[in-house]
Design a protein around this ligand. Sequence first.
Ligand code: COA
Length: 180
Amino acid sequence: MGDGSIGQIRPLGPADRDALIEGFDSLSPESRIRRFFFEKKALSDQELHALTHPDGVDHIALGLAVAIEGRPEPLPIGVARCFRSQDDLELAEVALITRDDWQGAGAGTALMQALAEAAWNVGIRRWFGALFCDNQTIRNLLSRVGDLSDDRAIGSGVVEVLCDLYPPVQPEPAVSTEVE
Ligand SMILES: CC(C)(COP(=O)(O)OP(=O)(O)OC[C@H]1O[C@@H](n2cnc3c(N)ncnc32)[C@H](O)[C@@H]1OP(=O)(O)O)[C@@H](O)C(=O)NCCC(=O)NCCS
């Protein structure tokens, strides 16, 4: 990571339920609004089940955790996921979030690149994502992994963009990736 700490990216699973709750609870109102488009207060049991049971094909979810001195377990700091469209099997919806106190340290970039590679390896070629029109950070991250379309206005300052993914540099899927 940018500060020299070591991060590890891996697929999420059922054992990450508590970490997901803790990470969600840590989010500022602004990050919740930027991710969910309203100040979402909590994740329901149904949402938690769905978010922690990705199949790695139609729902890919990757988490990044960093080693912190004095902390026995790595601290989860970000999640990137995509959900394949049932109408177009080469298309998936993408979403990304980093804990507020770790934003700007490279987690989003690393997660986006790992997710793009994992998506490509299961036949996904395009992403779509909803974002506030002023969310330049997510635009920049997306434009590093694919070609971005023009905005399509959805309403209330939210737009949808399409991202034509670039082929990954490494042809093999990264099951576990260390990030410095
Ligand atoms: C969008 C979001 C996921 C980005 O995650 P992040 O972990 O902050 O992303 P990064 O740290 O990789 O990159 C953010 C910026 O920091 C810069 N950066 C990365 N590592 C850096 C470092 N070591 N030193 C200085 N800057 C750095 C990046 O270049 C990028 O700059 P840019 O905006 O000018 O392109 C995060 O801001 C977030 O969770 N926002 C709320 C939710 C949201 O908006 N989600 C998108 C809609 S689904």
